[in-house]
Design a protein around this ligand. Structure first.
Ligand code: PFF
Ligand code: NA
Length: 452
């Protein structure tokens, strides 16, 4: 049977960007940048993009294009003893798929809440108390009961992913991304267009970009930059390998990979402007220092920003638009995470796409119920921490060691260059074999030592 293929080049790039641009760009990047020297962070960040992000993306596109199968099959083709690494990557993706979808479900609920700012004056109490059913003094010691109100949005999020992976590359994934991605960019532009003109917004933005050059000599800052790059580009855990395995024979790998990586980082900058614009405005309106309002992750999206939305003009419009953007960014990433698992299982078991996606989404739905319980948030934090700080980086490191040191890396460079507009030179080999690997070792061991 002929392997499925992307319909158009733009369709593939949009799907790859859709995967890369996710919750991480909106709630992780601005904070990481701010914490690590603001404007000065962009130097390590750009350096990481050029020396690790783009080379890694080129590598994964090349491997997918060359071997045309799921991640386990690709790694097995590289070295028969490394199929397990492909399954490890598929497992990481599956685990991420189980909890990432829950955050999307929260965001869907918040689109609705945002219309009338149902969170009221105390967005913190609303989120943790009313919404998640947690109260300060009786932190859950067990999972507790299901939060039934989260079931409908959870079903909705799974339905989108199921539709995409069931319909397949061209009729599902590509089609959805071709709608979601332009809408996402439009939403973010509309939000920014309004927010930058609010008082205080420019202070917030300036402050994020204000360089603290003293930090540039700090290894922690460099490790944060490389960590953010691996995380944000969805490389190293089966995703880009799978998407690239559907590339047509004639595809400009180097160009597509660079565009994907640059668009993701471009989106991060834009998201940073949006978030810090809103925080700057909020600080001004409440007469607080910016340091008192800045936050990241779940707290930023579901506590701080709702409070900021209360202060905006036309909050009933801006609020839903913001959460809709979060939903779109999340769904397009979730689809890619689920496809990485689907592609791997399909190739191994010889099942049809319909059957594989039905089984995975069915099982996935049931497992994700764990995260819409009272103990769900705690569990989510725990799993997310180990996945992002240990498993994902370990997987990236092992993949690069395998490709860089046990394979002939030059062959892959030649494969990519033969098809591409511009050729990559020796720098690419150096970035993969030395720079990326060295940085991964530093970050991984830094995390492990910090973690235990
Ligand atoms: N690259 C996406 C993001 O930045 O949000 C998707 C993603 C990366 C999801 C890593 C989950 C993850 F652990
Ligand atoms: Na990203």
């Amino acid at each position: 049977m002929q392997r499925e293929q992307w319909g158009t080049r733009a369709g593939f790039v949009l799907a790859a960007v859709g995967s890369a641009v996710g919750l991480g760009n909106i709630w992780r990047f601005p904070y990481v940048a701010y914490e690590n020297g603001g404007g000065a962070f962009f130097i390590p960040y750009l350096f990481a993009l050029l020396t690790a992000g783009i080379p890694f993306m080129i590598l994964e596109f090349t491997l997918g294009h060359k071997y045309r199968t799921g991640a386990p099959g690709i790694l097995k083709a590289l070295n028969a003893r490394f199929e397990w690494l492909g399954w490890f990557q598929v497992m990481i993706s599956a685990i991420i798929a189980f909890y990432y979808v829950v955050v999307i479900a929260w965001a869907i609920s918040y689109v609705y809440f945002a219309v009338g700012q149902s969170w009221g004056d105390d967005s913190n109490a609303f989120f943790f108390g009313e919404f998640l059913g947690l109260t300060g003094d009786n932190a859950p010691s067990s999972l507790g009961g299901l939060q039934w109100h989260l079931l409908p949005p959870l079903c909705l999020a799974w339905a989108a992913t199921y539709y995409a992976t069931y319909r397949g590359v061209r009729g599902g994934i590509e089609k959805i991304n071709k709608v979601l991605m332009p809408l996402l960019f439009l939403l973010v532009l509309v939000l920014i267009g309004r927010i930058v003109f609010l008082p205080g917004a420019v202070d917030g933005i300036n402050w994020m970009f204000a360089p603290d050059f003293s930090k540039i000599w700090d290894l922690k800052v460099w490790s944060a930059a490389y960590g953010q790059i691996f995380f944000t580009l969805s490389v190293g855990f089966a995703i880009m390998l799978s998407y690239a395995s559907y590339l047509p024979e004639k595809s400009d790998i180097n160009n597509n990979a660079s565009i994907t990586a640059l668009m993701d980082c471009g989106f991060s900058m834009v998201a940073g402007i949006l978030i810090f614009g809103a925080l700057g405005y909020m600080a001004m309106a409440q007469d607080k220092a910016l340091t008192e309002v800045v936050s990241s992750g779940v707290g930023l999206a579901f506590v701080t920003l709702p409070a900021a939305i209360n202060l905006l003009p036309a909050p009933g419009i801006m609020g839903p638009l913001f959460f809709l953007a979060l939903v779109f960014a999340g769904i397009s990433s979730h689809i890619s995470i689920a496809e990485a698992v689907t592609a791997g299982l399909m190739a191994k078991l010889g099942w049809s796409r319909a059957r594989t996606s039905t089984v995975f989404c069915g099982v996935g739905f049931v497992v994700s119920l764990l995260f819409i319980t009272q103990g769900g948030l705690l569990l989510l934090d725990l799993v997310d921490y180990f996945i992002n700080n240990i498993a994902l980086l370990g997987s990236c490191l092992l993949e690069l060691l395998l490709v860089g040191w046990l394979c002939r890396l030059e062959d892959f460079r030649d494969h990519a260059n033969r098809l591409s507009d511009f050729a990559v030179g020796a720098w690419w080999l150096i970035c993969i074999k030395y720079v990326s690997i060295a940085m991964l070792v530093v970050i991984l061991f830094g995390n492990i030592l910090g973690a235990f």
